[in-house]
Design a protein around this ligand. Structure first.
Ligand SMILES: Nc1nc2c(ncn2[C@@H]2O[C@H](COP(=O)(O)OP(=O)(O)OP(=O)(O)O)[C@@H](O)[C@H]2O)c(=O)[nH]1
Ligand SMILES: C=C(OP(=O)(O)O)C(=O)O
Length: 246
């Protein structure tokens, strides 16, 4: 194979996507408001996770999706899709849930698996774009190993995708043998960059960046195109007392 040829999914790294899901009753509080009453907010939180997990399970490069949740409904729904579901044993916030999920994925699936930490609130996630990002990482790792890219002392072999606002992070990738060391929360783009992770971005992976925290984010995701679960909850929202528009 030529040194810089795009990687082939059949010979590349196996990946497990780790997706923490908060108890639905406490999730997506910033989405709440006149247009999104509590019952709808919970339905949307579950629908976002359903669409994100479904898209991830359809990606060619994804071997498994591991959901970390203490929510029985989310666990049942996402487990029925084919995700491995484990309880949030640390119960100590998002980064603890990610780190625990990464350890559990490698204990269950083998230490040679790459771990991709992903937010659950990605209703527009497209499997093809996730494959593009995972393929790009494998290509970059080849280039690093072959000396085509030289990492600065600051960098390590972790990769991250900043959110659509360019402030937070939606995904963090730790290839086989690399510790996840998640630094999600608040302005985590800067935190992940400062921790030596390499940024991945570009118009061909925009669905990975479109997380939904607020009504404005939801409007943007609807424009980009959400998955079937979110589309159904949103189209039937009048039954839950919400008005038109976001
Ligand atoms: N298992 C687990 N998941 C979490 C935890 N905190 C956040 N998450 C999940 O991590 C992702 C990103 O979290 P946020 O965007 O902060 O989501 P959120 O807390 O539901 O939203 P807000 O209430 O608006 O802050 C979402 O998929 C959440 O479900 C946690 O303590 N445990
Ligand atoms: C947790 C994060 O995001 P948010 O809470 O804004 O979804 C983050 O971007 O690190």
């Amino acid at each position: 194979m030529p040194r810089s040829a795009p990687s082939d999914p059949s010979e590349a790294t196996r990946w497990c996507l780790v997706v923490p899901v908060k108890r639905l009753g406490h999730a997506k509080s910033r989405l709440g408001g006149p247009r999104v009453p509590p019952a709808l907010r919970e339905q949307l939180a579950l629908a976002f996770a359903t669409d994100a997990v479904s898209a991830a399970l359809s990606a060619q490069r994804v071997t498994a999706v591991l959901v970390v949740t203490d929510d029985p409904t989310a666990g049942a729904v996402l487990g029925a899709l084919g995700a491995i579901v484990v309880p949030d044993e640390p119960d100590a916030g998002l980064n603890a849930a990610f780190a625990f999920g990464a350890r559990t994925a490698r204990a269950k699936l083998g230490t040679d698996i790459g771990v991709a930490a992903s937010a659950a609130d990605l209703p527009a996630l497209r499997s093809g774009e996730l494959d593009i990002a995972l393929g790009r990482i494998v290509d970059k790792l080849h280039e690093i190993d072959e000396g085509d890219i030289t990492l600065t002392r600051h960098h390590n072999k972790r990769f991250f995708v900043p959110d659509a606002h360019d402030i937070g992070t939606t995904m963090l990738f730790a290839p086989p043998g690399v510790e996840l060391a998640p630094r999600f929360g608040g302005p985590s783009k800067t935190a992940h960059s400062a921790s030596g992770a390499i940024e991945l971005t570009g118009p061909d992976i925009s669905s990975l960046r479109r997380d939904v925290d607020t009504a404005e984010d939801l409007a943007a995701a609807l424009l980009l195109g959400v998955g079937p679960a979110t589309a159904m909850v949103w189209s039937q929202r009048d039954g839950s007392g919400a008005g038109p528009g976001v």
